[in-house]
Design a protein around this ligand. Sequence first.
Ligand SMILES: Cc1cc2nc3c(=O)[nH]c(=O)nc-3n(C[C@H](O)[C@H](O)[C@H](O)COP(=O)(O)OP(=O)(O)OC[C@H]3O[C@@H](n4cnc5c(N)ncnc54)[C@H](O)[C@@H]3O)c2cc1C
Length: 417
Amino acid sequence: MDFDHSPKTQELRRRVSNFMEAHIIPRYRQHHDEVTAGTFPVSFMEDLKALAKSEELWNLFLPHLTNDESGTRLTNLEYAPLAEIMGRVVWASEVFNCSAPDTGNMEVFHMFGSPEQKKQWLEPLLEGKIRSAFAMTEPDVSSSDATNIQTIIKRDGGDYVINGRKWFISNAAHPNCKVMIVMGKTDPDSADRHRQQSMIIVPMDTPGITVERNITIMGHHSPEGHCEIVFKDVRVPISNIIAGEGDGFMIAQARLGPGRIHHCMRSIGQSELALDLMVERAQERKAFGKYLHQHGAISEWIARSRMEIEQARLFVLKTADMIDKVGAKGARKEISMIKAIIPHMQTTIADRAMQVFGAMGISPDTPLADIWTWGRALRYADGPDEVHLRAIARLEISEAQKKQGFTLPYLTPPLRK
Ligand SMILES: Cc1cc2nc3c(=O)[nH]c(=O)nc-3n(C[C@H](O)[C@H](O)[C@H](O)COP(=O)(O)OP(=O)(O)OC[C@H]3O[C@@H](n4cnc5c(N)ncnc54)[C@H](O)[C@@H]3O)c2cc1C
């Protein structure tokens, strides 16, 4: 097993790091100040995007682009360390056109879109000219189980008419968000449970859409939004359906695999930043005659955080490699495992770092509260921990059933039947 990054990945890591150092980190405070003052998108975003594009640090996430689509065609394994570097600053991935939920939506258009849908929506998304949202979760049903979705997509002549209510729809408040992919039911009565759902393209300016509110996350306001949206008699042409009626569940499965690993890659970057801050603070602050890192509890937090990050990174790289080799479906257990482990790790490490900072740790003067909050939110987004644990256990049991009797030789005679 070779644990080294390839020369190509090492070179890209250097270039993405340099870009972060030169253009993103120096604007960290400005971004915060502009957003706080109500300027969004921030004044420099389009300039930075143009710069990243000109340096060919653009669309780093999509492995299977065609020749006429702009991007780097990196594998998941090559992309993982780059996403980790971008992940250190919450807004940085947008600069490289690698931010959720656009990445997942681009995957959907790329894999399942018709030529017309690709022309209208994938091209401007790949160019970074527009942004997008993905609308599945609903307030009235447990949306961990996508078969519960109640939004209705009803055929009416040459149109579909959509009625329903969604919430926590990320990015829907972004001024450049021009399109949503909406999950709803085209056949709630007679189709098989997993063939009732479809995905449909809904331009944001379609009459009947009301963005009712931007929901704060643990009191934190995100300018791009996690919105509650009502669809009342929203009418779009039948050509807006993606793939076909009844394909919604299948598309959701395909979309969520890469989306989940991208979150985990960025989470590792956030966790590294939390650890860096913890280590630095522990070396400069003294309590009871010793630097903080000389107190046993804190040195243990530092050590544990380092060990957890190293484990998580190796696991993400293994999973990325599996997705490249056997696809997201073949790597579904690994994807669920990293999704259940890593957001939890992020909150644990951020929590330790906040504690090391004392009261300052939960103030806006460090990024730790944001890192904690985002890690906490990720324990729901793209499926709550428990749903992933259930999937892992089910796969584990079914694999064990296939090799039944395997453990018998290890049982001591009195226990043996
Ligand atoms: C910041 C943020 C951004 C989001 N962005 C989007 C977005 O852009 N688009 C979108 O459609 N959705 C989005 N979501 C919603 C997210 O996908 C859902 O919250 C998630 O799928 C869970 O659905 P739910 O909230 O309806 O919880 P429910 O389904 O009601 O589940 C509640 C709880 O029940 C438990 N549970 C559920 N199933 C099981 C099980 N099998 N075994 C044991 N326990 C279980 C879990 O603890 C779970 O947290 C976002 C959420 C957040 C927090």
